[in-house]
Design a protein around this ligand. Sequence first.
Ligand SMILES: C[S@@+](CC[C@H](N)C(=O)[O-])C[C@H]1O[C@@H](n2cnc3c(N)ncnc32)[C@H](O)[C@@H]1O
Length: 386
Amino acid sequence: MALSLGPIQAPRLDLLGPRGPEIARLFTRPFLVLHRASGLYTARICLLLLYDLGWEARLRAGTTLDGLCEGLPGQVRKPLAWMLPFLAIEGLLTQAGDVFTLNGEPDLDLAGIRDAMETEAPGHGANFDLLDGVRSHILPFFTEGKAGEGLLFDLALFPLWLAYFRNENLGYFPNNLLTLLALREGLPEGARVLELGAGAGSFAQLLARQGAEEGWISRIAEYRFTDVAPAFLRRAQRDLKAAAPGLPLSFQLLDLNRPLGDQGVAAASLDAIVGINVLHVAQDLEATLRDLRSRLKPGGRLVIGECLKPDLDTPLYLEFFFGFIKSFTGVTLDPRWRPRHGFLTPEAWDAALRHAGFSDIQHTPPPRPLMDLHPTFSVGAISALY
Ligand SMILES: C[S@@+](CC[C@H](N)C(=O)[O-])C[C@H]1O[C@@H](n2cnc3c(N)ncnc32)[C@H](O)[C@@H]1O
């Protein structure tokens, strides 16, 4: 069946704010097509996963979330509570009240999407490999109650994550570019910068490259590359000096869920703390934000890149992976900014940051009305002053 992706439209430049011309270069046709195709591929993978679990007949008969969860480990509820409405929104199930039904023979062709993407956005198979990998590894989460972390971050899938978190991946690059634009602003001479959850090091590489090209890298006196995962840190220690030349790097294991002072980060010692797609795993967001603020010098800034939701009820295809991971689903809820787990809205981040004492909160790009017109626009950087 020919692949139909619907209309593909880039946002108007005037919606992108003061850094619009630099941001506009993200919205190439390959990026937009990849974004849409990834959503479609995720939906098909979700339904195929339910088939793999042997639930096709139950879906055809119509089932509720409670019905599907019956007799299964309690941990299956959160990902299924996300998958069923997502499948309904993507048109692969119908929803009537709380009953979800599979009708007819939905198009579940994966190869067709990959083929079309090889023409439209060549070299982006990693996005789809990762989804295939989740499908093939996650079954024991449902059938045996095994933890998602162990299944999704094992040795077999680690290379797929590394292939995903790259600046060459148009699906991931916006996270890094938008955060870079926000961080670059007002970075003082002699800046001491700490990156949280620095992972595969793609942000540090972009910073080194663009900072050198634009002549501001010498403003950074110290760049502390940190992550909670020893495997990421070891890899960065081995490769990053060559891959991010000119950055005055140091390396440190750091868990943002533990007091930073106990992990050797002195109070009022940093000009900037940056984290891309990591802060949403803060177990207690308020405590972590306050702790991060206390590590900044007065005038210092917290700059985060995050997946953003237009509203808390809209499932984002990017959330599929995370539903299986306890650090994502098991966070402390707060009715003021985190009434449920998952990615947050821009306004929820504003509320949480303000409550933790931050001021002058700026978004790159301004999220509204961009998100109202493009509900699938799902990434942004937020900069907050000490
Ligand atoms: C979505 S990845 C971001 C990848 C990274 N920015 C890059 O470009 O490669 C999230 C990272 O956060 C790290 N992480 C997860 N939980 C963490 C925690 N509690 N404290 C610090 N880092 C954490 C993960 O190990 C992973 O490297």
